[in-house]
Ligand binder design. Structure first.
Ligand code: SAM
Length: 195
């Protein structure tokens, strides 16, 4: 059976500040939360890290984007732009080379097909500016821990190889981030740079 994660959020077990601090944002960037879920990371990004910047929050799940749009309207937030779109296809609302930093948390493992993985990477690469960065954070392949089935999890080495095939090189790696568990921390975060 396909592993599904529509409507899931890591808000209860991952700290958005710990993740966003890894990105060293200056404050005027265009940021993309790719597969944003309930958008808790992009909400925090515009609240604290992007005073002169803006965040796109993309998800394929209509309900999440509808709720995020409601939040944006109710709170009159000008610089958070929710978009319902499938990241394996061209996102019509975002032009080539328009994003400084992409962040994808707990999403990449869901692309189980290798051609799907490459479609997503190529779309993120299209959207990203030259010199821009793409950060992938995902569950380590460790048994008996929260997250997707072990057989679909990817190591940071596997993620790196796939990005390398699409012409993107590693710029930064943190192998110990996320939730504390008996085996160390739950996640890795790997950042690729678009030359
Ligand atoms: C496990 S949730 C993680 C959500 C959020 N990043 C977080 O950490 O709370 C995975 C999200 O990826 C979204 N997603 C899966 N495939 C997608 C695709 N092809 N395009 C856009 N979003 C997708 C799902 O709808 C879901 O909201």
């Amino acid at each position: 059976m396909e592993h599904r994660h529509h409507g899931k959020s890591s808000a209860t077990f991952l700290d958005s500040d710990e993740i966003l601090a890894e990105l060293n944002l200056k404050g005027d960037e265009t940021f993309l939360d790719a597969g944003c879920g309930d958008g808790y990371i992009s909400k925090r990004a515009v609240e604290k890290y992007l005073p002169q910047g803006k965040a796109y929050a993309i998800d394929a799940y209509a309900e999440s984007i509808r709720e995020l749009k409601e939040y944006v309207d109710e709170n009159n937030i000008q610089n958070l732009i929710p978009i319902e779109a499938d990241l394996t296809e061209t996102v019509q609302d975002i032009g080539d080379g328009s994003v400084d930093v992409v962040l994808m948390v707990n999403v990449f493992h869901g692309f189980t097909d290798s051609s799907q993985k490459e479609d997503v990477i190529n779309e993120l690469k299209r959207i990203t500016k030259s010199d821009g960065r793409i950060a992938i954070m995902d569950f380590k392949p460790i048994e008996n821990t929260r997250g997707p089935p072990l057989e679909i999890r990817l190591s940071h080495m596997e993620v790196e190889k796939t990005f390398n095939r699409c012409g993107l090189e590693k710029d930064y790696l943190n192998v110990d981030i996320g939730e504390e568990n008996p085996h160390g921390k739950s996640h890795y975060l790997i950042i690729f740079k678009k030359e």
